[in-house]
Design a protein around this ligand. Structure first.
Ligand SMILES: O=P(O)(O)OC[C@H]1O[C@H](O[C@H]2O[C@H](CO)[C@@H](O)[C@H](O)[C@H]2O)[C@H](O)[C@@H](O)[C@@H]1O
Length: 288
C-alpha cells in the first residue's frame, strides 16, 4: 500500500475535488473532526485529555472562512467544550459540537447546550458493573461516567488488550440485558443506547447547513459511520474529503481515507496547510 503519510493534503481525486470545492466556495463547506485521537492526543486518563493547541488554532483559522466547523465526538458535549476550551478559540465563534455520537449539541454562537435526559438503563448498568468487574478479577479498569453512557477503559491495565478481550463478551451481555449497545474503541468499551452514530450526526448537520463540500477527520472505530456517510454523499452530488489520524492502535479508517496523517500533530499540520491555502486565496484589502 502507498504510504500516504508522505503525501500532501490529499491523495485521491475525490478528496482533491472536495478541497477544490472548499477553496472555491468556503461558505458552503463543512469541516468536522472527532475529538480524542484526532484533535486531542491520547492520554492514559480520559479526564486529563487536552486539545492539541496547534490543531485547534489551525482549525480556528479554517473557521474564519468556512460555513461550518464542527466537532463530532463520543464525549459529552460539555466535556468536549471544556477539555478543548472550544469557547475560547479565535475563529470558532460559530462552531457546533455534537456530543455522545450526536445526541447532545453545543452551539458556540449562542453558548447553549441541548442535552436530552439520559436513558434510565445506563444507571442500572452502572450499578451492576462493579460486581461484574470483581467477578472477573480484573484490576486497573477505569470507569468513565458520561450520564447517558459509561466508558470502561483498559488503557491503564497491565495488559490493556488482554483485559479488553476478557471484558468484551461479559460487557456486551450486560449491555444487551438492559437493551443497550456496546461501542468499542481504543482500549475502551462504551455502553450506550443504540440508534445514534456519527454518520447520522454528520448527515443531519450537512442537511441543516446546506453544505456542499464535507471534510471529516477521525481516528477510531466510532468514526467509521461518519466516514461511510461522507463517502455516500459523493453519490448525492456533494464532495467529501476524509482525513485519517493514524495510530498503531487502529487502522480501520485507512482504506476509507483521502489522506492519512500522523496523529493529532499530523491533523494540526493538515489543518494549517488548508488554512494557508484559504488565506492565500482571500482577496487582498484595497491598497492605499
Ligand atoms: O469520539 P471521540 O472524540 O474519539 O471519543 C471516543 C472516546 O474517546 C475517549 O477515549 C479515548 O481517549 C482517552 C483520552 O485520550 C484514552 O484514555 C482512551 O483510551 C481512548 O479510548 C473518551 O474517554 C471516551 O469517552 C470517548 O467515547
Amino acid at each position: 500500500m502507498t504510504d500516504l503519510r508522505a503525501g500532501g493534503l490529499v491523495e485521491t481525486p475525490e478528496g482533491q475535488a472536495c478541497l477544490d470545492a472548499l477553496l472555491a466556495d468556503p461558505a458552503s463547506a463543512l469541516v468536522a473532526f472527532d475529538f480524542d485521537g484526532t484533535l486531542s492526543p491520547i492520554v492514559d486518563d480520559p479526564a486529563s485529555a487536552h486539545v492539541d493547541p496547534d490543531a485547534i488554532a489551525a482549525l480556528g483559522r479554517i473557521g474564519a472562512f468556512v460555513g461550518t466547523v464542527a466537532v463530532i465526538t463520543g464525549r459529552p458535549a460539555r466535556t468536549a467544550v471544556s477539555l478543548g476550551g472550544l469557547d475560547q478559540v479565535p475563529g470558532l465563534g460559530s462552531m457546533v459540537v455534537l456530543g455522545q455520537y450526536g445526541v447532545e449539541r453545543w452551539d458556540a454562537a449562542t453558548g447553549e447546550f441541548a442535552i436530552p435526559e439520559p436513558p434510565h438503563e445506563v444507571a442500572d448498568v452502572e450499578a451492576a458493573l462493579p460486581g461484574l468487574l470483581a467477578s472477573l478479577g480484573l484490576e486497573g479498569v477505569q470507569l468513565e461516567h458520561k450520564q447517558r453512557a459509561i466508558g470502561i477503559h483498559t488503557r491503564q491495565c497491565e495488559d490493556p488488550a488482554g483485559t479488553f478481550a476478557t471484558l468484551q463478551g461479559p460487557v456486551t451481555r450486560l449491555a444487551e440485558e438492559h437493551g443497550l449497545t456496546v461501542e468499542p474503541g481504543r482500549n475502551v468499551l462504551e455502553i450506550r443506547a443504540d440508534g445514534f452514530d456519527k454518520g447520522g450526526a454528520l448527515r443531519a448537520l450537512v442537511a441543516e447547513r446546506g453544505s456542499r463540500a464535507v471534510v471529516f477527520g477521525g481516528d477510531d472505530l466510532g468514526d467509521l459511520p461518519a466516514f461511510r456517510a461522507a463517502r455516500e454523499l459523493r453519490g448525492e452530488g456533494l464532495t467529501s474529503l476524509l482525513v485519517c489520524s493514524a495510530s498503531a492502535e487502529e487502522d480501520a479508517l485507512v482504506q476509507l481515507s483521502d489522506v492519512v496523517v500522523d496523529g493529532t500533530q499530523g491533523v494540526a499540520g493538515w489543518c494549517s496547510g488548508v488554512a494557508d491555502l484559504l488565506e492565500q486565496a482571500r482577496p487582498q484589502p484595497p491598497q492605499g
